[in-house]
Design a protein around this ligand. Structure first.
Ligand code: SF4
Length: 350
């Protein structure tokens, strides 16, 4: 059976034409799958039953055998999706602070992660497998359908390193942004990476005009080595060079994520290094107070709010565009760096 949600419109056309379906069918079927979000071919009532039966003999529509959800005290909703092979992943629906009709969906791209960043729960659970394009898309279509959402941003910032699952991630973005599907503008999609240089180079060619975020966490190479092991393979200067000239959407900036850790990356030396590093980039520095979690095996603490305020004021006064993000969902382990599907208490069943 072919996993139809993993197919781009062109791939679907190729398969259907090869099997003698009418030329216009691919668009019709793609649209029912990705715009009307059907879960069963029988919902395509504009197609004859015999054709629907034929489709059922060729394709399957990805589903989750178990869904759980949990609401945080600040209105974020965390979802756990379990797939056929019992691998489970998490996604988060985050309401926008100032506009009740807008939401961000944070999706996972891998079950677990190989990158082992010091502060991250996903890294602590190890790596199980890459998600397929359909499993990435499934997270969004399920949440959009359940809440009848129309205005969403999608951030590839959940479990896993998106550029370590390059082909499936790129494919999922192409499908999600297709005008005959959910038609999510690339301006509303952000891909976050820990800095895999060859994949950033590929991304510039394959998918220009999406937003990119770098998990930076230190502007000092040696310190970044300690926080993010990937830095030993792709050092900071190589990552920054690859981001130079990244083809962003019009009037957008590269986001640099900075989890702030007391006494580790919030010193005088750190803010001066940050200022120097970001001065030649069209950038936005997103400071995130460290979220502590049960899988953390190092003794680190978030910087105090006074320290964060002083740090961000210094950079703002020097012309850096800084935001401080209080991650939503920390009460249910859904905030930045907290997603993991093992090693702590399970969800409440919905
Ligand atoms: S921060 Fe991202 S890249 Fe690092 S371990 Fe966590 S999921 Fe992986």
């Amino acid at each position: 059976m072919i996993d139809i949600l993993s197919l781009t419109k062109d791939e679907l056309r190729g398969i259907l034409e090869e099997r003698g379906f009418k030329k216009y069918r691919y668009k019709q079927i793609f649209s029912f799958l990705h715009k009307h979000l059907i879960d069963d071919f029988d919902e395509i009532t504009v197609i004859k039953k015999s054709v629907r039966e034929e489709l059922k003999g060729i394709f399957c529509i990805k589903d989750s055998k178990n869904v759980q959800e949990e609401l945080s005290n600040d209105n974020a909703v965390k979802y756990l999706f379990e797939f056929d092979d019992s691998v489970s992943i998490e996604s988060v629906l985050i309401p926008m602070k100032d506009d009740k009709s807008r939401f961000t969906i944070c999706v996972s791209t891998q079950a677990g992660c190989k990158m082992g960043c010091l502060f991250c729960a996903t890294g602590k659970m190890g790596f199980k497998r890459n998600l397929t394009a359909s499993e990435i898309i499934f997270q969004i279509r399920y949440i959009v359908k359940k809440h009848h959402l129309e205005n969403i941003n999608v951030v590839y910032m959940g479990m896993g390193e998106p550029l370590d699952n390059y082909e499936n991630v790129i494919k999922s973005i192409k499908i999600l942004s297709d005008e005959d599907g959910l038609n999510i503008s690339k301006r509303k999609i952000t891909l976050s990476t820990c800095g895999i240089v060859p994949s950033i180079e590929r991304l510039k060619q394959d998918l220009p005009n999406i937003n990119i975020a770098l998990s930076l966490h230190s502007a000092i190479n040696k310190k970044r080595d300690l926080l993010m092991p990937i830095n030993k393979t792709y050092p900071l200067d190589a990552v920054m060079r690859s981001l130079k000239g990244f083809p962003l959407p019009h009037r957008k900036r590269i986001t640099f994520e900075y989890v702030m850790i007391k006494g580790v990356n919030d010193t005088e030396e750190d803010k001066k290094a940050l200022l120097k590093l970001l001065s030649t980039y069209k950038s936005k520095l997103n400071i995130i107070p460290l979220n502590k979690h049960q899988l953390m095996d190092v003794d680190i603490e978030p910087s105090s709010s006074e320290k964060i305020e002083e740090f961000s004021r210094y950079l703002r006064e020097k012309g850096v565009f800084v935001t401080v993000r209080k991650s939503k969902g920390s009460s249910i382990n859904a905030a930045c760096g907290m997603l993991a599907t093992c090693g702590r208490s399970a969800f409440k069943t919905s």
